[in-house]
Unconditional design. Structure first.
Length: 447
């Protein structure tokens, strides 16, 4: 008998009446639990009048702390304040009837709560259970909960300690598909980022760079789930590591390079380098727990490089000491090609010296001190041509023993010069290798 629109109107009024909470006296006698009983009784069901209408839940969160980033088990532990807002059509009251009361807090266990979870979550949820939600007079429910989130995250520590990580937090419903629950944003993502950054700023090792949002739907079999992904980009504050790891190591390697200026013949160089190497090993042992426990970060390569540079320079010192010892005790005959090469080099440097400083330098360059020889030998004889003749020797000479002795000294001198030049050459090679490898590492760090 009723036209259909009449019927609908009637139903609408009926619902409004049925689900309007009679709040008379709330301002005088407090909230009457009976008034909310019908709402509480429905908490087992999703609060909609028509089940074809999905519930819209708006979410936001504040990242309040980054507690730990564990590269070994690839987990990031952070602390979130998650905020959810949704409408419950079974709650509404007229604030004017109850002294302007617009919202009251209700124990969350009495209400239907969206079953939102974070897909990357790898731990039991330790959220406290006795929480409250704000219920607005229009039926809007505002629910906040703190969450300690241990989420799986693909961590790359290659650039440690200058690394930047990108961890994802995906909010999704565990049960409800898109037909029943839709997710929205309660705050803009830049607002979330700014709030989080303000709170996190002064804390800990990690700095929040930014949060980005993506909203791909999740397909599981034939059902479609709504989800919101937040990409949280964080960067490590490297100061601690620069001060404790990179600087000391850099100093040690600088001292190692400088120790090339200790003369080989003093015999101090090898023990000095040995001590440095020992010091560096102890340093590495002590600083080992600062390094990430898994993977091969670039910093390990850097340490290995420093260590190998030290070992190589120690080997060089040992080799030169051995050569020097050999030369001073029983100088082996110098191969002719080496001899002529040396002469060429000496002549060239001599010419250079003469050109650069016009005045004669006295007997300086012609003197060489070798620990084995008592007195400095005046190198008056290595004028090209004459030395060649002397080296080859005159078979018919009658002053053979004298000549032999002079020749021996000459060879020792040449060897001495050779060692000095070799040392210089190796030093330059060492520097070249050190600079190139360290620049490579630094360039890699900067990319
Ligand atoms: C609300 O409840 C009070 C008593 O608690 C009653 O007097 C009043 O008529 C009720 N109002 C409505 C609209 O039902
Ligand atoms: C959620 O957000 C949308 C758009 O921002 C807004 O239209 C809607 O009313 C919000 N819903 C709730 C329950 O806050
Ligand atoms: C973080 O990683 C996701 C993919 O896992 C990518 O889509 C996003 O652009 C990355 N964000 C940044 C800032 O690199």
């Amino acid at each position: 008998a009723f036209p259909s629109w009449h019927f609908h109107d009637f139903m609408f009024i009926f619902y409004i009446d049925a689900y309007t909470i009679n709040c008379t006296g709330f301002d005088l006698y407090g909230v009457d639990p009976n008034a909310f009983q019908s709402v509480f009784d429905r908490k087992a069901f999703r609060p909609v009048i028509n089940f074809r209408v999905p519930t819209l839940v708006n979410i936001s969160f504040t990242l309040s702390a980054i507690l730990d980033v564990d590269a070994q088990i690839q987990l990031m532990t952070s602390f979130l304040w998650v905020n959810m807002v949704w409408d419950n059509p079974f709650i509404s009251w007229n604030p004017e009837e109850c002294g302007g009361l617009t919202e009251i807090s209700v124990a969350a266990k009495n209400l239907w709560l969206p079953d939102l979870f974070i897909i990357e979550f790898m731990d039991v949820d330790t959220t406290p259970t006795s929480l409250y939600a704000y219920v607005h007079s229009s039926g809007r429910i505002n629910y906040d909960k703190p969450m300690k989130v241990t989420s799986i995250c693909n961590l790359d520590i290659f650039y440690f300690p200058f690394d930047q990580q990108n961890c994802t937090l995906t909010f999704s419903s565990f049960l409800y598909t898109v037909d029943h629950l839709l997710l929205g944003m309660e705050k803009e993502v830049w607002e979330i980022t700014d709030n989080s950054r303000d709170i996190i700023r002064t804390q800990g090792e990690w700095e929040l760079l930014g949060i980005n949002k993506a909203t791909p739907k999740l397909i599981m079999g034939s059902s479609l789930y709504d989800q919101i992904m937040f990409h949280v980009t964080i960067r490590r504050r490297p100061r601690l590591y620069v001060i404790n790891l990179l600087l000391p190591s850099g100093f040690l390697i600088a001292i190692d390079a400088l120790s090339f200026f200790l003369p080989v013949e003093s015999g101090n160089r090898a023990p000095f380098k040995m001590t440095l190497l020992l010091g560096y090993t102890v340093f590495l042992l002590m600083m080992n727990d600062l390094l990430p426990a898994s993977g091969t970060p670039l910093i390990s390569v850097y340490f290995a490089l420093c260590l190998s540079l030290m070992v190589v320079s120690l080997l060089e010192a040992i080799f030169l000491t051995y050569l020097l010892n050999l030369v001073t005790t029983q100088p082996p005959p110098m191969p002719p090609w080496l001899h002529s090469l040396l002469l060429h080099y000496l002549r060239a440097t001599d010419r250079c010296n003469k050109r650069s400083q016009k005045e004669p330098r006295g007997s300086g360059p012609n003197l060489i001190h070798l620990p084995g020889l008592m007195e400095p030998v005046v190198m008056a004889t290595w004028v090209p041509g004459s030395s060649e003749a002397k080296l080859n020797g005159d078979p018919g000479s009658t002053r053979a023993p004298l000549e032999q002795e002079a020749q021996g000294r000459l060879t020792a001198n040449m060897w001495g010069k050779f060692i000095v030049i070799l040392d210089k050459l190796l030093f330059w090679l060492y520097l070249l290798f050190m600079v190139s490898s360290l620049t490579t590492v630094i360039i890699l760090w900067n990319t």
